[in-house]
Write a protein that binds this ligand. Structure first.
Ligand code: AMP
Ligand code: MG
Length: 403
């Protein structure tokens, strides 16, 4: 049985083989958050475009403004002002943050370190050449590549694009991800369930996970646990970029997802992973489309999507697979787990000053969504570990999108 790292690697390696130009969309920079850039963006000019003052104060020659020196202030330069002349020897000029430093000046002295008498400025501290000035071109040179294709666009990247005047961005179209739940016991979320029926909540949680990961969910509804109904819906799902099924991959008599995929000619890369929850997770390629068969217990579906389907969405968007973001935390209480599988346990991490402390939440297993909704992370317990003492340093996988 594969470890979760091996299973992820298998997904990444198969998805990297899908060779087709990803479709693109041209988007306004206002609307491109979460998309993946499909072009390189270069600096339209030097950044900063001029020697920029980073403090409110006085533009000076460092050699003339040592501690105890006095200089006549002969004017002011505001942010946005055009420079007309160089700084005359023996003078200084008041300057605002963001304003261009005049030729001749080689430092800016913060106003806090000066005192003023009429037009005379007294300097109280030693001044160093270059202080409080960001030289033209030192952040980026004109024509320098600033954002590469394959970059996922967040607020920092979009701010940079806006700064260099890239108002329209060529982005990868979001991969369309079909969601198909399976199970005779399921009813739609707006129906009222019979005594032994349950609402199809996985389609909703999967849609949210897909959106958060940068995909576009396509809801196919539910297929009953019958060959024909599964076959039809799976074929429909294979029209999209990726198909994610929930349920029907365990050992039960009516767990038919793998059988149906087999009859459709699927190649299986794994059908079990050494994890809990989520052990029966399936990954296959069928008609050249990637397919995940995730176990139907809601927490299993959530965990296996995070581990295996998120990198698939990245690669289908022509972005590199984002790594799982683990952090180290101090365990708040002792615990015992069966070895042999890696556990991803719903847990709560708390940050006290700089220290992360994690506590597993008491839960009733992989159907326990009430506990899962209280978790802000998964406590990861390696397959070789059986007991952990309070105070041990443990691995935590943060939930995406929640604090
Ligand atoms: P399965 O993986 O099909 O054996 O299902 C395992 C458990 O998860 C069963 O208790 C199902 O009722 C439940 N389950 C399966 N699919 C869903 C779904 N779409 N929404 C909520 N619970 C589900
Ligand atoms: Mg089922």
């Amino acid at each position: 049985m594969l470890t979760f790292e091996q299973a992820r690697q298998e997904v990444i390696s198969q998805l990297s083989k899908i060779k087709r130009a990803a479709a693109t969309v041209n988007l306004s920079v206002w609307d491109a958050s979460g998309y993946v850039l499909a072009q390189n963006l270069i600096a339209d000019r030097d950044y900063p475009p001029f020697d920029r003052a980073t403090r409110d104060g006085y533009a000076v020659r460092a050699s003339e403004s040592t501690a105890g020196a006095t200089l006549a202030c002969i004017g002011e330069i505001r942010a946005g002002d055009a420079l007309t002349e160089p700084l005359k020897r023996g003078t200084c000029i008041q300057i605002m943050t963001g304003a261009p430093v005049p030729p001749g000046a080689d430092a800016v002295v913060m106003i806090e370190y000066t005192s003023r008498e009429k037009e005379f400025i007294h300097f109280q501290q030693t001044t160093t050449k270059g202080q409080n000035i960001v030289p033209a071109g030192s952040e980026a040179a004109k024509d320098q590549s600033l954002l590469q294709r394959g970059t996922r666009l967040g607020y920092a990247e979009l701010g940079l694009a806006a700064q260099i005047g890239a108002t329209q961005l060529l982005c990868a179209r979001k991969p369309r991800v079909a969601i198909l739940s399976t199970g005779d016991e399921l009813v739609s979320i707006d129906a009222s369930p019979g005594p032994f029926q349950i609402r199809n909540s996985n389609s909703v949680s999967l849609a949210a996970q897909i959106r958060d990961a940068g995909g576009e969910p396509v809801i196919l509804g539910n297929a009953g646990d019958r060959i024909e109904s599964l076959g039809d819906k799976i074929q429909q799902g294979l029209q999209e970029d990726l198909l994610v099924l929930s349920g029907g991959v365990s050992m039960g008599k009516y767990d038919l997802v793998e059988d149906v995929l087999k009859t459709l000619g699927a190649t299986f890369y794994f059908d079990a992973v050494a994890i809990r929850p989520g052990k029966p997770a399936v990954f296959a390629m069928c008609n050249e489309k990637p397919v995940f068969g995730l176990p139907g217990n809601p927490v299993s579906t959530m965990v296996t999507f995070e581990l295996f389907a998120v990198p698939a969405i990245d690669l289908l968007s022509s972005a590199p697979a984002r790594p799982l973001q683990f952090l180290k935390a101090t365990l708040g209480e002792p615990m015992k787990e069966k070895s042999g599988v890696t556990h991803f346990l719903p847990a709560h991490v708390q940050f006290d000053s700089c220290e992360a402390r994690v506590k597993p939440l008491a839960w009733k297993g992989s159907g326990d969504t009430a506990t899962m909704a209280k978790a802000n992370c998964f406590l990861v317990v390696g397959s070789d570990i059986q007991t952990l003492a309070a105070g041990e340093n443990v691995n935590v996988l943060m939930r995406r999108g929640v604090s």
